[in-house]
Write a protein that binds this ligand. Structure first.
Ligand SMILES: [Cu+2]
Length: 208
């Protein structure tokens, strides 16, 4: 093998590499094009978030987000500092006031339709939600839909109300509270920072 052959091979190898790189770049730009077409047109539905404050000497924290999804509202909760393995009553309460150390300032369950307290499968308060289930580390992630409430309009509007986490499980029977004990976290449901009153993003919130 002489030097001429070697360099000829190197050149052809370099060309091959160049072609592969060119094809990859083309594919990448096509993919970007498809992605931008899919994500561009729809304005986001109304959404809100509640940042949880620890109450009753707990160390509970986290966030609960809400988004209108058709006639229902999607609730996504990430909660920390719970009792490991414990089920915790979880409701929207009628007053957006978490100022009291025991969160009693948030009032009773949000109940715009004057229903009894109950599970999602039976007549229930608009603010009734499935209990949070803490894992072995005291964290709970939940993602579910609730009905009988909306975001951003009318008497069933969740905006400006408060999310409350309780110390004990909800029995879904005791009226009107579910007998879920003290209030260990509270957060006011508000428009996410950077999103205007109609839910249009002004900028992407960084804490979500
Ligand atoms: Cu409650």
């Amino acid at each position: 093998m002489n030097i001429t052959t070697l360099s000829a091979r190197s050149v052809s190898k370099a060309k091959a590499v160049g072609r592969i790189a060119g094809a990859a770049a083309l594919l990448a730009s096509l993919a970007a094009c498809v992605t931008s077409q899919q994500t561009m047109p729809m304005p986001p539905p109304p959404s809100a978030v509640a940042m949880l404050q620890a109450k009753s000497s707990s160390s509970v924290g986290g966030s609960v987000s809400f988004a209108q999804e058709g006639a229902k509202v999607r609730v996504v909760a990430h909660v920390t500092g719970l009792k490991p393995g414990q089920e915790h009553g979880f409701h929207v309460h009628e007053k957006g006031d978490c100022s009291a150390p025991d969160a009693m300032s948030a009032g009773g369950h949000f109940n715009p339709s004057s229903h009894p307290h109950g599970p999602q499968s039976a007549p229930h308060h608009g603010g009734d939600m499935p209990s949070l289930k803490a894992d072995a580390k005291g964290n709970a992630d939940a993602n579910f839909l609730i009905d009988g409430v909306v975001l951003g309009t009318g008497g069933a509007d969740l905006m400006g109300k408060a999310v409350v986490v309780h110390a004990m499980p909800d029995d879904y029977m005791t009226q009107p509270t579910g007998n879920s004990g003290g209030r260990i976290a509270c957060g006011v449901i508000a428009t996410p920072t950077g999103v205007d009153a109609t839910g249009q993003p002004v900028s992407v919130p960084k804490t979500m």
